[in-house]
Design a protein around this ligand. Structure first.
Ligand code: UN1
Length: 504
């Protein structure tokens, strides 16, 4: 079998990334599969980031003149290039993040899907005609390109999150400066090369329409504080989002925040338990619990608690943990040692708060000492407190028991985060209450499935400490444009609104 080190290099070269971009730089990149070094990239500086923003702004001024459907053609070509590169890019995602092979491929599929969506959208950036109270007048609302969109993305979806933002931004007439997670720069460089292929085929794409800037906080800060970036879309922790949101607001920019989730599923007495079991397993243990939509809290009715939790304990004890590229393991590694420490800390706190922990230990035989494989943890909690109200980016599922449906809803909504949620029920009254205005307070509320794995067609994001932003489908595109209202007088008189008289 090829080593991750050799395979990463082969994939990057096959995808057209020059070796100088991933070797010889100051920042070391490791694969979580084995902990080995797979790249050395060069960080940007605040100065080079500012220069990239300048170029992106000039690119925006040219790109906004290109008609929407033609901008859509660039995104269609990007989708074609992604289709051609799916196997290699998906594999690279698995190598850089440690995802199972089908999830690495699924992430690229999500990019292709949003390109298709955005291509269609490029002919549907609809405005409105609005009834006016004045005679011989017309009133309308148009959507215009916004400018440079700054994208700050997290390690766990290193390429898909960029595409939800960038595919929309490009058809909306914007340029993009992207700061990927410092943990996953290689996949970003691969995407940059794929984009360049599409741009070359399109011909005449302004230089700087899409730029990757690498680095940590100070590079992100240069993007966040620059008044030439009217929209900053940031995905990551609530702590990061609070800083980004405040700083962007201080200069009256707009931010699209997709932050922490603490997603729950309610299992009611009428649930199909076999279906629920499979859904819970994927949602809680898939991606090693490192999705912002991962299932973190399970709220189970007392009448089905023993049956369901008994089966779940079996699945947790036996699910295969290991290198998901080299074996058929379903749970891959955590991204790094810091994630492992965070998980152990949360488990210790859970014990202190009266929780019973099943699993959660390191699986040493799954990989070398520099790789962090853990058995997912199922934690039965007497109450929703301590670590249960925080997001820990690791495969920990807290289980709570409820008796009354109102109590279940209160538990579901009783955390600071509001990204995703779900209910398992065949009782339509409980289902409908859950998705009603008095039910789940989250941006996503699913029925008979887990909270993760959203399709791109819906608006993606959540409320409260999740940040309130929406990306991807539905009318999320509006956040990447500026709205303009125009009243047009085609008469010869000047009637004033609200009947005001001002005759001079
Ligand atoms: C994320 O973890 O930041 O809904 C995004 C899902 C995926 C996206 C997750 N489509 O689980």
């Amino acid at each position: 079998m090829t080593s991750p080190v050799a395979e990463t290099r082969e994939l990057l070269e096959a995808l057209g990334v020059p070796a100088s971009r991933f070797s010889g730089g100051n920042r070391i990149v490791r694969t979580p599969l084995t902990g080995e070094i797979i790249g050395r990239v060069q960080d940007d500086t605040p100065e080079s980031t500012t220069a990239a923003i300048g170029k992106a702004h000039a690119a925006f001024e040219a790109w906004r003149k290109v008609p929407g459907p033609q901008r859509g053609e660039l995104v269609r070509l990007l989708g074609e290039e992604l289709r051609a590169a799916k196997t290699e890019l998906g594999r690279l995602v698995s190598l850089e993040v440690g995802k199972i092979v089908s999830e690495g491929l699924g992430e690229v599929q999500e990019m292709i899907d949003i390109c298709d969506f955005a291509t269609g959208l490029s002919r549907q950036l609809y405005g409105l005609t609005i009834a006016t109270e004045r005679g011989d007048h017309r009133m309308m609302e148009q959507w215009h390109p916004a400018g440079v969109v700054g994208v700050i993305s997290a390690f766990n979806f290193p390429v898909a999150v960029w595409s939800w933002n960038a595919a929309l931004a490009f058809v909306c007439g914007d340029s993009v400066v992207w700061k990927p997670s410092e943990k996953t720069p290689l996949t970003a460089l691969a995407v940059e090369a794929i984009f360049d292929k599409a741009a070359k085929r399109f011909g005449g794409v302004p230089d700087g329409l899409m730029t990757v800037v690498l680095g940590a906080r100070e590079v992100g800060a240069a993007l966040v504080d620059d008044a030439r970036v009217p929209v900053v879309s940031a995905t990551g922790s609530t702590a990061m989002g609070r800083i980004v949101g405040e700083r962007v607001a201080r200069r009256f920019g707009k931010s699209i925040l997709e932050l922490g989730g603490n997603n729950a599923s309610i299992v009611t007495p009428s649930a199909d338990l076999d279906l629920a079991l499979r859904a819970i397993a994927f949602a809680a243990m898939g991606t090693a619990g490192q999705r912002c939509t991962s299932l973190r809290r399970l709220i189970v009715h007392e009448s089905v608690y023993d049956a369901l939790v008994g089966k779940l304990r079996q699945v947790y004890a036996t699910i295969k943990v290991g290198n998901p590229v080299a074996t058929d393991a379903l749970v891959g590694p955590l991204i790094d040692g810091q994630a492992y420490e965070g998980m152990q800390k949360a488990l210790d706190e859970a014990k202190k708060a009266g929780g019973t922990v099943h699993g959660g230990a390191r699986v040493a035989e799954a990989g070398p000492a520099e790789a962090y494989y853990v058995r997912p943890a199922l934690v039965e909690m007497p109450e929703q407190k301590g670590p249960v109200v925080h997001e820990t980016f690791a495969p920990i599922l807290y289980v709570l028991k409820y008796g009354d449906f109102d109590e279940a809803l209160a538990l579901q909504n009783g955390v600071p985060q509001g990204l995703s949620s779900s209910i398992f029920a065949t009782d339509m009254r409980e289902v409908e209450r859950f998705v009603s205005g008095q039910g789940s307070d989250c941006g996503i509320a699913n029925v008979n499935m887990g909270p993760s794995g959203a399709e791109i067609g819906g608006a993606f994001g959540g409320e409260k400490e999740t940040g309130g932003g929406r990306e991807s489908g539905s009318d999320a595109w509006k956040a990447y444009m500026r709205r303009q209202t125009s009243a047009i007088n085609y008469g010869r008189t000047l009637p004033l609104a609200q009947g005001v008289k001002f005759d001079v």
